[in-house]
Design a protein around this ligand. Structure first.
Ligand code: ATP
Ligand code: MG
Length: 264
């Protein structure tokens, strides 16, 4: 690690995560815009309490069912995801027999190649989207429209993290089930996805791998039932309720402190 962070620092874990992104940036596969996106995520993480909350677990269960029922599941990887959870992405892909595809908003073949290398060094056998991003997603103008004809283009279920709203909408219009991992419950991605896991990608992907161990033993009928009864709007409402309640409790605590005598 570039900067030594003392283990006793109260925000040790969060700082380690930042260091991983800075390393990815220095190695040339995380873009500066990715660092900004991470900052926005951190803000929402503070609001939810930097923990995996109940509505996220509910969404993860539906995500696990969708991935297990999928015929062509694909995990889409960008620079931030490669810097933060490369090994967990490989484990998840193995657990549900999914393909891994590099997909970048700020695309260059060089970045795509570096990300594929990172994933391979963590055990990925095949990484799509490097020299084969020859198909295009209709109605989309960013470089993210370029996809592999063997991956996202033909996928029925796509898992994305730190995704852009336009692309999520375009993938939905193509009839795909989109699973998003996004700390902001108000982003266009969160609102447009079929299943939104409002959690930090560093907690969500390992948890999803873990959850799959039990969900995979369920019958096909039961998995279908989990998906039928899932409502993403309901889950997003629950996330907002969680934040609301948490902020109310925190504000009340401060008020009690203000009233208590002896306050400096
Ligand atoms: P949208 O395009 O969906 O409206 P946006 O333009 O606000 O969203 P983008 O930069 O397109 O944001 O996407 C980044 C998203 O990823 C943000 O919503 C941010 O909160 C989220 N995010 C950042 N870091 C993490 C992380 N570590 N884990 C999960 N989500 C994250
Ligand atoms: Mg965006």
């Amino acid at each position: 690690m570039r900067t030594e962070i003392p283990r006793t620092h109260p925000r040790y874990e969060s700082l380690v995560v930042r260091e991983k992104l800075v390393e990815g940036f220095e190695e040339g596969y995380v873009v500066p815009q990715g660092l900004i996106a991470h900052g926005r995520g951190e803000c929402f993480d503070y609001l939810i309490g930097e923990n995996t909350i109940e509505p996220a677990l509910k969404a993860m269960k539906a995500a696990a069912a969708a991935l297990l029922l999928a015929r062509h599941p694909v995990i889409s990887v960008n620079g931030n995801v490669a810097a933060l959870v490369p090994g967990d992405v490989v484990k998840l892909a193995r657990a549900v027999n999914a393909k891994i595809e590099v997909n970048l908003f700020y695309r260059s073949e060089e970045r795509a190649r570096k990300i594929a290398e990172v994933l391979r060094s963590h055990g990925a056998d095949e990484v799509l989207g490097v020299n084969d991003a020859t198909a295009t997603i209709p109605e989309l103008f960013s470089e993210r429209r370029r996809v592999s004809p063997r991956g996202i283009y033909v996928a029925d279920v796509v898992l994305v993290a730190l995704e852009d709203g336009d692309r999520t909408e375009a993938l939905r219009k193509m009839g795909k089930t989109v699973i998003a991992i996004d700390l902001n419950p108000l982003s266009r991605t969160s609102l447009a996805a079929s299943i939104t896991i409002v959690d930090n990608v560093v907690r969500a992907i390992p948890k999803l791998v873990d959850l799959l161990k039990s969900v995979r033993t369920e019958s096909r009928n039961h998995l279908e039932e989990i998906l039928r009864s899932y409502s993403n709007n309901e889950v997003l409402s629950e996330v907002l309720d969680h934040i609301n309640q948490r902020l109310r409790e925190l504000s009340e605590k401060l008020r009690v402190k203000t009233r208590s005598p002896g306050e400096p």
